[in-house]
Design a protein around this ligand. Structure first.
Ligand code: GCO
Length: 257
């Protein structure tokens, strides 16, 4: 491997990806594993997470599973402690876990607002704090928060999600300015529109599908594997002086009207 490519090598690194039993999280876990990292999958569903880890192992990735609910302070504290014991210290955290609940803000129930903000923003803070406390003792770490194009723009019907993802952008910067001196870089990846389970209803809607293809300069939905390169870069030595940034992987959506 040339010196240039070695900067992207994650061999010997340990990574946790939250919300990684499927979709973007699973793609990122597989990609970090293919770049050499030992990966820990996480989601609430233990059976699905174990099955996903088994499938990655069969594909040659060093993968394990640790099911816990990132919206539970107790489960998160216990889960991170367990993972640190099993992996001998985390080098990389990808805060990916997230949900979507669409509907008009005027009618938004308190419970929907609370659940979306708790999962998509508060859990990023909670897991980040638990892992950063341990990374700080080692003087190094990489944290990658999954933001969204909704960190910059909104559309009708996704108010709680957009508010949360806007918060993820600023939380990323807040973590950066406090934790950089601890040897930790904190950046975000902002996906555009990807054909995932979370967007299944949108992909199946001919009008929305046509709108996305017209609104996206690339003229198509993204494939989750197209997010992997950004994650490997931000997790690697190649990004040692990149901090507090949001890297949008959106086919050009945010570049223009
Ligand atoms: C929606 C979608 C979006 C995107 C997500 C990608 O309802 O418009 O769920 O929110 O999928 O933001 O980052």
């Amino acid at each position: 491997m040339t010196l240039s490519l070695k900067r992207f090598d994650l061999t010997g690194r340990s990574a946790l990806v939250t919300g990684s039993s499927r979709g973007i999280g699973l793609a990122l876990a597989r990609g970090l594993g293919e770049a050499g990292a030992r990966v820990m999958l996480n989601a609430r569903d233990a059976e699905r997470t174990q099955a996903a880890a088994q499938a990655l192992r069969e594909a040659g990735v060093d993968a394990e599973a640790c099911a816990f609910d990132v919206t539970s302070p107790e489960q998160t504290a216990d889960g991170i402690a367990d993972i640190e014991r099993r992996m001998g210290g985390l080098d990389i955290l990808v805060n990916n876990a997230g949900i979507q609940q669409r509907g008009p803000l005027l009618d938004a129930p308190e419970a929907v607002w609370a659940e979306v903000l708790d999962t998509n923003l508060t859990a990023v803070f909670r897991v980040g704090r638990e892992v950063a406390r341990r990374m700080a003792t080692r003087g190094k770490g990489r944290i990658i928060n999954i933001a969204s194009l909704m960190s910059e723009v909104a559309r009708p019907g996704v108010g709680p999600y957009a508010a949360a993802k806007g918060g993820v952008k600023m939380l990323t910067r807040a973590m950066c300015v406090e934790w950089a001196r601890l040897g930790i870089t904190v950046n975000a990846i902002g996906p555009g529109y990807f054909a995932t389970d979370l967007n299944a209803d949108l992909v199946a809607d001919p009008a929305f599908d046509a709108w996305i293809r017209g609104r996206t300069p690339a003229g198509r939905w993204g494939d989750v594997d197209e997010l992997v390169g950004a994650a490997i870069f931000l997790a690697s030595d190649a990004a040692s002086f990149v901090n507090g940034q949001v890297l949008y992987v959106d086919g050009g959506v945010l570049a223009g009207l």
